[in-house]
Design a protein around this ligand. Structure first.
Ligand SMILES: [Zn+2]
Length: 458
């Protein structure tokens, strides 16, 4: 009988040739990445890309050309219907006791006011739970001000908390009779700029207008509220909804060899908000996904499974592309061996989370060893995976979740400051190396990652 060291037996899971290739790929991707040029080209040639806008259309054309030019196979645009909304002008002013114009922007999807606008006393709360403890008589006829401060966190946990005010606050306020809602920006910038983002109107509440105000303006409003019993605010907004438009998920592949019908999906979203350039969110993710796969091909590697890059339509405004993809490929979910997405900016990956079947956890440990030299710790088996992948994940597709450092991301997220100069090449290229290695490994190995149970049963 042969006595093997335990480490030796485990390491045999991923063949040494594949591991060697992955190490070379890692080095190559760090030093020869072209990702910055890709995001620069997107920002320069398509600009901001709000669903249904001219920029959105330009981005689809850009992506088709770029994927062709970079040598991707089966390049195509798959039709997706997207909502079409215009921000218009937003004017928010404190009218008493101490008049001030506040820097504000409409929340995505908000209806506007009529031409006269709204003027009403302000009711300040920290969050929805606090609001819902108040009697209707306190809320009726007011403009509810959700005032929860977001602090920078590497894992984006503070965003998960405050984003609830932005998304669900307006309907919670309307249900209790409020006439409008404003939120402290769900972002960390101390600049006088407002962070936008989508709201979700509930079916059982009036659709009241809602805007975000900048953090310094939220401080000012909060101070007035502490000093005075009654503070009044006027709000006028010209936001409006238009007819839905056609957009597209843009797809390109590196075809596999003996297992070409098995797919490793790497995604990012092509759309962006209208205020900035959409460089960080999610131009950087688009560049990471494209460049990771280009690096694999340039390294002369041709893995057995097909690697499919999906640049999703309209993530920001209802995840239209992610849902459309899952619908279109609902009969091919089982062929999607794994998915991963880049949608948290260009901050370095610091932890490797996954969501895979238990049997694949030893395999994941081995994959981790090959990205560990990039400064990445091993995480948990509860990865989110990315908004665009959720629909496929819920159908059973496992996900790899490299966690990008979000400490600086929410300084510029959904603001006018989301511009190219905010992208660090070093961070971007560390991402490219991470995504390239993980994508390559997943496509090159024999093993799979099992399937996930339906979300209810977890
Ligand atoms: Zn995004």
């Amino acid at each position: 009988m042969l006595w093997l060291a335990p480490g030796l037996a485990l390491a045999a899971n991923i063949p040494s040739t594949i591991r060697d290739d992955a190490k070379q790929l890692r080095q190559r991707a760090l030093t020869e990445s072209n990702a910055y040029a890709i995001v620069e080209s997107l920002v320069l040639e398509a600009g901001p890309r709000l669903a249904g806008s001219k920029g959105d259309e330009a981005a689809v054309a850009w992506a088709l050309l770029k994927l062709e030019e970079l040598g991707f196979e089966n390049v195509r645009a798959e039709d997706v219907e997207v909502p079409h909304w215009e921000r218009g002008e937003t004017r928010v002013e404190i009218t008493a006791p101490f008049p001030h114009r506040l820097v504000a922007t409409a929340l995505g999807g908000s209806f506007g006011t009529d031409a006269d606008g709204i003027e009403a006393p302000v009711l300040m709360v920290t969050n929805i739970a606090e609001l819902e403890e108040l009697p209707r008589s306190r809320v009726e006829g007011t403009i509810v001000f959700f005032n929860d401060r977001m602090e920078p966190t590497r894992d984006a946990s503070s965003y998960s908390r405050v984003v609830r005010n932005r998304a669900y606050g307006p309907s919670a306020a309307a249900r209790l009779g409020a006439v409008a809602a404003i939120t402290r920006s769900a972002g960390t910038s101390s600049d006088r700029i407002a962070h936008t983002g989508s709201l979700r109107y509930a079916d059982d509440a009036p659709r009241i207008p809602a805007a975000a105000i900048s953090n310094p303006d939220a401080n000012l409003l909060e101070r007035q509220m502490q000093l005075q019993d009654v503070v009044t605010l006027s709000l006028s907004m010209t936001s409006r909804h238009l007819e839905p438009r056609r957009s597209a998920n843009v797809i390109g592949e590196l075809r596999g060899t003996d297992a070409a019908d098995e797919i490793v999906l790497i995604g990012a979203h092509l759309d962006s908000w209208d205020l900035g350039q959409g460089a960080v969110d999610d131009g950087s993710g688009v560049a990471i996904a494209i460049e990771a796969v280009r690096q694999i091909r340039e390294a002369g590697l041709r893995p057995r499974r097909t690697i499919r890059v999906v640049l999703y339509a309209n993530e920001e405004f209802g995840v239209s592309g992610g849902k459309a993809y899952a619908e279109k490929y609902s009969d091919q979910v089982a062929q999607h061996v794994i998915g991963l997405e880049a949608d948290l900016g260009p901050g370095k990956v610091w932890r490797f989370d996954v969501r895979v079947a238990a049997k694949a956890l030893p395999l994941v440990e081995e994959m981790h060893k090959l990205i560990e030299p990039l400064g990445i710790a091993r995480g948990n088996n509860e990865a989110y995976g990315g908004a665009d992948l959720v629909a496929m994940r819920d159908l059973g597709m496992p996900v790899l979740g490299p966690r990008q450092d979000a400490s600086l991301y929410f300084e510029v997220h959904h603001t006018v400051n989301d511009t190219l100069d905010k992208i660090s090449r070093e961070g971007l290229d560390q991402n490219v190396a991470t995504y390239a290695v993980l994508t390559y490994l997943a496509a090159a190995i024999e093993q799979d990652f099992g399937r996930l149970p339906p979300p209810d049963s977890e």
